[in-house]
Ligand binder design. Structure first.
Ligand code: PLP
Length: 362
């Protein structure tokens, strides 16, 4: 099996797993318990919080642990700031669908053909009622990196809170730099070699945040629920490693991305379009003109695991909303395939994958 779906999820890193194991076994206490076992778990959470804060360049009190990217996105788009939200049309479903539940309502910000949300498009939808702007740092289907610097300037001028989903960006972009531009960011563990089911919402002090999950007094009474201690420890270790080794990893996957795209262009010339501009080094989304029906299933049968867009929409018959937002027809949007590369991907796998793609499309 060749796995080229690292944007869907990654395996757990060995060092991360080692750091987590004690909190699943001997140090299994509830971090809210006042006794010795509880205090050991609370200490681990507090160290992980400090580490995440340091990496992102915020204070530990600005870090809220969540069950992953979806919860962090929902929390932000529904409960952050006052007023109406302006939400980019290429956001992950967690933001787009979450926005529909925002009490103060929302408007969508269009993207251009290259999958970019331009500052002009943001400016066009901002009104005095806009309290929150949601634009992701990098898109999960095309990898397109968004112009957050300019958008951040606009939000400051117009007094709107800026939230950015950094779930895909965390492995390849400088989180400190992005967080400095935003009022809030969302992160997820399983895209950066930590386990599934853990992530964080970072919210700067002074920005209004209401609770989404009512319960105990965890996370400063803003997010009820016993903390996933082992997951949080793993998340902090994996995030530190992802940011520390960001450039090395980007070089590795970037070289593979270049090789893959060269081979695809050589094999398909104009009948394959590589979608998006200014992309992350690990994602290549291709629209194949002659894609047969059930291409993804054919690729899978031939031993290549890839996706048609976001993994969480893989069972949906609907065309990708990101491709539609980029001006593609429904029919074109159905011919897209996302290939994404990771630390373990090799040159041999890329070459073999291209052979499989050629076999399945010819
Ligand atoms: N945001 C983006 C950009 C994603 O790619 C994903 C995962 O597919 C999510 C949010 C959701 O994160 P999680 O799977 O941790 O809920």
């Amino acid at each position: 099996m060749i796995y080229l779906d690292y944007a869907a999820t990654t395996p757990v890193d060995g060092e991360t797993l080692e750091a987590m194991l004690p909190y699943l076994k001997e140090s299994f206490g509830n971090p809210d318990s006042a006794h010795t076992a509880g205090r050991a778990a609370a200490r681990a959470v507090s160290e992980a919080r400090a580490q995440v804060a340091e990496i992102v360049g915020v204070s530990p009190l600005e870090v809220y642990f969540t069950s992953g990217g979806t919860e962090a996105d929902n929390w932000a788009v529904r409960f952050l700031a006052e007023g109406r939200a302006a939400v980019s049309s290429i956001e992950h479903a967690a933001v787009i669908e979450g926005a529909k539940l925002r009490k103060q309502g929302h408007v969508l910000i269009p993207a251009d053909k290259s999958g970019t949300v331009t500052p002009a498009a943001v400016s066009d939808v901002l009104t005095p009622e806009t309290g929150l702007v949601c634009v992701m740092a990098a898109n999960n289907e095309t990898g397109a990196v968004q112009p957050l610097k300019e958008i951040s300037g606009l939000c400051q001028e117009r007094n709107a809170v800026l939230f950015s989903d950094c779930v895909q960006a965390a492995g390849y972009l400088d989180l400190k730099e992005i967080a400095a531009l935003c009022d809030a960011v969302a992160l997820s563990g399983h895209k950066i070699y930590a386990p599934k089911g853990v992530g964080a919402l970072i919210v700067k002090r002074g920005v209004k945040l209401a609770p989404m999950i009512a319960g105990g007094e965890q996370e400063r009474s803003l997010r009820g629920g016993t903390l996933n201690v082992a997951g949080i420890v793993g998340f902090s270790v994996a995030l530190a490693k992802a940011q520390r080794e960001r450039e090395k990893n980007a070089k590795h996957v970037g070289a593979l991305q270049t090789l893959f795209e060269e081979k695809i262009k050589a094999a398909f010339s104009d009948s394959a379009v590589i979608d998006g501009e200014n992309r992350l080094p690990n994602i290549t989304h291709v629209t194949f003109e002659n894609a047969p029906n059930a291409l993804l299933a054919k690729l899978d049968l031939a031993g290549l695991c890839v996706s048609g867009g976001a993994a969480c929409s893989a069972h949906s018959a609907l065309p990708s909303h990101v491709m539609l937002a980029m001006g593609r027809s429904e029919e074109e949007a159905r011919r897209g395939v996302r290939f994404s590369f990771g630390r373990e991907t090799t040159r041999e796998e890329i070459l073999k994958a291209v052979d499989i793609i050629k076999e399945c499309i010819s």
